[in-house]
Design a protein around this ligand. Structure first.
Ligand SMILES: Nc1ncnc2c1ncn2[C@@H]1O[C@H](COP(=O)(O)OP(=O)(O)OP(=O)(O)O)[C@@H](O)[C@H]1O
Ligand SMILES: [Mg+2]
Length: 363
């Protein structure tokens, strides 16, 4: 990857002095296979449209033929009286008056996410279906409701809006803003490491969102690349604040998911199921920035949990300026008391370190 080709707006001095007042990042990244492709295939650029060869009448006839053939094939599906319509691939049957599931976006520890249509408002939404097994656990449903209430009160440009929590015909689900774009995991899979400017922009938006939530007593607890999305308008959005919890509440039973899932981004104190606070999210953000910068997770993905909990991370590669390495390493300290006190301070220190790395060569 060629970092220099990323079109990134470097924060000006004014931005730098008041970072938290300007949370929107502009990852203006070129639309080519070497870079983060945020434009979807369904939306070709204007130039691509104008370059497309014109259709001749014979092309059009052939296409019309194909469409008619497809319609015919659809008609041939036998729908007997009382029979259940065929289940679309990967999408469960969902008898909702208001929502239609359109496509499967992926499955996580707490259910599956679908792109859906809100038929009442005629808008796209994202729906997170919680597992059916949850229905049996009345206390867990109550906790989900309470968490949804907290998340619904959060209104920040870098946090995905949660619209509501609902139950229809025994299916419990959360309806949220649909983000057309990619998550950081998908971006990392395509690009390995990102330039320091992009990392700084990611840090600024995440820090702004986290500070906002933390000030309102909400900790995310599951900050990881899958839960950070970049919209096709290049705005960073943190997903899944719906499973966040008010500071001081007892841990959820479902927290075991962390141990079974990807522990790389989880602060050591969270494994004990207690004693965590906003600095747990700062740890997670640190691990993500480490990975974005180096192209490698702090610990290889198959590292045993005990090693992750006890071993300090390996030193940053030589091509990362030591000042930047120090700031990130402080965020991922094992001991919660050694970390930055707030996400905003973490971002500020990182920005200063980047400036230092530009003015002074590493010793
Ligand atoms: N609001 C949304 N808009 C668009 N896509 C989303 C939205 N929320 C989640 N997704 C996508 O759906 C995928 C599945 O999300 P889900 O939260 O179920 O799994 P996860 O993030 O991998 O794990 P976890 O359950 O621990 O959060 C995500 O990776 C993300 O790309
Ligand atoms: Mg998620």
């Amino acid at each position: 990857m060629n970092h220099s080709e990323e079109l990134i707006k470097i924060p000006s001095k004014a931005d730098v002095r008041a970072p938290m007042r300007r949370p929107k990042i502009h990852l203006k990244i070129q639309d080519s296979h070497e870079h983060i492709v945020l434009r979807t295939a369904k939306q070709p650029s204007a130039s691509a449209k104008s370059l497309a060869p014109k259709r001749t009448p014979s092309d059009k006839r052939q296409e019309d033929h194909k469409v008619a053939g497809k319609r015919e094939a659809k008609r041939k599906i036998p729908v007997e009286r009382g029979a259940v319509l065929p289940r679309r691939k990967g999408i469960p049957r969902f008898f909702s008056k208001r929502y239609t599931l359109i496509s499967d976006k992926g499955e996580g520890g707490q259910g599956s996410v679908y792109q859906a249509k809100d038929k009442l408002l005629n808008i796209k939404v994202a729906i997170k279906m919680l597992p059916i097994s949850l229905n049996l656990d009345v206390a867990a449903v109550e906790r989900f409701k309470n968490e949804a209430k907290l998340a619904m009160a959060l209104s920040h440009e870098n946090i995905v809006r949660l619209y509501h929590f609902d139950i229809e015909r025994g299916r419990i689900f959360l309806v949220m803003e649909y983000v057309e774009g990619k998550n950081l995991r998908q971006i990392l899979d395509e690009m390995t490491a990102l330039s320091i400017n992009t990392v700084l922009e990611v840090a600024q938006s995440c820090a702004s969102a986290l500070d906002y939530a933390h000030k309102r007593g909400v900790i995310h607890r599951d900050i990881k690349p899958e839960n950070i999305m970049i919209s096709k308008d290049s705005v960073l959005k943190i997903v899944d604040f719906g499973t966040a919890r008010r500071i001081g509440n007892p841990p959820l039973k479902t927290e075991n998911a962390y141990v079974e899932g990807t522990p790389n981004y989880t602060a050591p104190e969270q494994f004990a199921g207690n004693n965590f606070d906003p600095r747990s999210d700062i740890y997670s953000l640190g691990t993500i920035l480490y990975e974005l910068l180096t192209g490698k997770p702090v610990f290889p993905f198959d590292t045993p949990l005990e090693t992750i909990i006890e071993t300090p991370p390996s030193p940053m590669p030589d091509d990362i300026h030591p000042a930047i390495g120090e700031v990130i390493n402080k965020a991922i300290s094992k001991d919660i008391y050694d970390r930055w006190l707030s996400a905003g301070v973490f971002y500020e220190k990182l920005r200063e370190a980047v400036e230092e790395s530009r003015t002074r060569e590493a010793p």
